[in-house]
Design a protein around this ligand. Structure first.
Ligand SMILES: Nc1ncnc2c1ncn2[C@@H]1O[C@H](COP(=O)(O)OP(=O)(O)OP(=O)(O)O)[C@@H](O)[C@H]1O
Ligand SMILES: [Mg+2]
Length: 241
């Protein structure tokens, strides 16, 4: 009761799901990919990450997934402190996120249903629960009738929708997508961002790297711009929907 009252207050503090404090990343070899990055992304936000090639966008995403480690600074993601996270804990972090890849990364020997089901199987789900959730995820992305197709029988846009179903099937708090529309045609790019926007409306935080200026212009989401490893623009707060 008290909690309900508190959460309905308009001044209730928003909760960051991602927080970077003074984060720098230098790759072996000496490239300074990120320099003193400070950012907060709140639960429920949809954020585009933009910037020229080499700006540090993928590095930013890889730090969030703990595919790479920061050299300095503090990173918190979904309640996990990545700074001192043990290797054993990484799967627990990953379980809270869905990842969509530019090159789809479907398993070629599995059909559409199996590709999505596999994401549930690896986190220990079983039986009828898998069947139900996979069917739901496939119909959300408009592929209910393609469950038995093999990846090589699908268009690029369809393959990416399988990738999207796989990312959302475990009901993640956060979806991370590094150029998910990089290999699909412009119409399908809009479809995919439309679907991500629908998923976002149901509460999932979305972080998406894109080079597509039209998408950024037409979907009025928060935009973080990286350049030379630094955040050079962020319209947080200026985006009133
Ligand atoms: N594994 C790595 N080892 C060494 N240097 C790397 C590695 N990954 C990225 N870099 C370098 O770090 C910088 C940032 O790379 P990053 O991949 O984050 O850029 P990006 O913004 O995603 O670029 P693009 O738009 O081309 O995908 C670049 O100079 C890149 O060459
Ligand atoms: Mg990249």
């Amino acid at each position: 009761m008290e909690e309900q009252l508190l959460s309905s207050e308009s001044f209730a503090p928003s909760k960051p799901i991602i927080e970077f404090r003074g984060v720098s990343k230098t790759y072996p070899g000496g490239t300074h990919a990120l320099k003193d990055v400070n950012i907060k992304i709140n639960k429920g936000e949809f954020v585009f990450v933009v910037g020229s090639s080499g700006a540090g966008k993928s590095t930013f995403m890889k730090l969030i997934m703990r595919e790479e480690k920061a050299n300095t600074g503090i990173i918190k993601v979904n309640g996990f402190n990545l700074t001192n996270m043990k290797r054993k804990q990484v799967p627990l972090l990953r379980r809270t996120m869905g990842i969509v890849f530019q090159d789809f990364r479907l398993i070629p020997t599995m059909n559409v249903f199996q590709n999505v089901a596999f994401a549930m199987y690896v986190v220990g789900e079983t039986g009828s629960h898998i069947r139900r959730e996979v069917s739901k995820a496939l119909s959300k992305v408009g592929l209910g009738d393609k469950a038995r197709s093999m990846p090589n029988q699908l268009s690029g846009g369809e393959q990416q929708r399988v990738g999207l179903a796989r990312a959302l099937v475990n009901s993640p708090d956060l979806i991370i997508a590094d150029e998910p529309t990089g290999n699909v045609d412009p119409n399908m790019s809009y479809e995919i961002v439309n679907m991500l926007t629908e998923i976002n409306k149901q509460g999932t935080t979305i972080l998406m790297v894109t080079h597509d200026h039209n998408l950024v212009r037409d979907f009025k989401h928060r935009v973080i711009m990286l350049d030379g490893g630094m955040i050079v623009a962020d319209n947080a707060g200026g985006d009133a929907e």
